[in-house]
Design a protein around this ligand. Structure first.
Ligand SMILES: *Cc1c(COP(=O)(O)O)cnc(C)c1O
Length: 317
């Protein structure tokens, strides 16, 4: 929802068309397109569809061996799309991808957006909270340049589901995208609806639950420093796990451990490459069913299991 809101503001601000009044049914301009790496979470496709842009408007940009967006490839694609008469309006960057925890070069993406007059949205579901830690701040540098930033407090703030959050730099652009005067609320300056921050004018929901209460209470009770410690601890756990896997003869890492995601697989000696997928899938399901832990697999058990080992090679796995 938070990411959808960010992309919705981008669509209403950067397409040069009153999309709120006419919808995309009334749009006769150049084809609207936006960019994100193929490693971006599934929200991106859903949002493209729900906003009437269509899945094909989401241009999947290649990633490098480190699973970060290939910035030169992005520039080339934007250029060729423009040449073909399309209208790029937004770039989505990742601060901690769902698959590998990779963070795109956010500074470079911000530059691409500035130069091209594009909206810069960042999916920081995990990564947006990294700057709470001095040590981790540099991992997501450039995040502060986003026009909109979405993140989840039910992840690294360990709050109960669900409490997503979006920050939009330009408050007026945010309200321009969603405000709709509702007669039944009137315009009272005073009384129960006077003042405050009408959230219905900043998102999709009208009546909504008081999700912010648990966030505020938790921050009051534990303080920001406690969260910084927990985040650092989690990143340390991930690198410790990577270190243990590195020492195992029959396991291998499949991606660099940039933040808190560790991608690995079993690779026992003597087992043929073609059998590794089935072996890993079975092991994964057994661990899940044992109730001990719930590791996940990338791409419904496809891509990671198919990945060919060496992430240090220049070819993306
Ligand atoms: C979890 C996650 C999402 C989706 O958030 P939900 O809380 O499942 O709605 C989007 N992007 C990334 C990178 C995530 O980790």
């Amino acid at each position: 929802m938070a990411n959808l809101i960010g992309l919705a503001v981008a669509r209403s601000e950067k397409t040069g068309f009153d999309v709120r009044e006419h919808g995309l049914q009334g749009y006769r301009g150049p084809r609207l397109v936006f960019y994100a790496s193929g490693e971006t979470h599934g929200w991106c496709r859903k949002a493209a569809e729900l906003l009437g842009l269509g899945n094909s408007a989401y241009r999947r940009v290649a990633v490098g061996a480190d699973y970060r967006i290939d910035v030169p490839a992005l520039r080339t694609l934007i250029k060729s799309d423009r040449r073909e008469g399309m209208r790029p309006f937004c770039v989505v960057g990742n601060a901690g991808t769902i698959n590998t925890g990779a963070t795109d070069d956010l500074r470079a993406l911000a530059r691409v957006c500035q130069e091209g007059g594009l909206w810069f949205h960042v999916d920081g579901a995990f990564g947006a909270l990294a700057p709470l830690s001095e040590k981790l701040r540099s991992v997501v540098q450039g995040i502060e340049e986003a026009d909109s930033l979405a993140f989840d407090l039910h992840k690294w703030m360990y709050l109960p589901f669900e409490v997503g959050c979006v920050l939009v730099r330009d408050a007026e652009a945010h309200v321009r995208t969603f405000a709709a005067k509702q007669d039944y609320f009137g315009d009272a300056e005073r009384g129960v609806i006077g003042g405050g921050l009408p959230f219905a004018e900043r998102g999709i929901e009208l009546t909504r639950s008081f999700r912010a209460l648990k966030v505020w209470m938790s921050l009051k009770a534990h303080g920001v420093a406690a969260y910084a410690r927990l985040i650092e601890q989690n990143v340390a756990q991930a690198s410790y796990l990577a270190e243990l896997i590195g020492r195992e003869r029959d396991m291998e890492l499949l991606a660099p451990v940039a933040l808190n995601v560790v991608c690995f697989r079993l690779r026992p000696r003597g087992v043929a490459e073609a059998e590794l997928n089935a072996l890993n899938k079975e092991a994964l399901l057994r661990v899940q069913e044992s109730g001990v832990a719930v590791p996940s697999s990338h791409g419904a058990g496809r891509e990671v299991f198919d990945a060919r080992g060496d992430y240090e090679s220049s070819q993306p796995a």
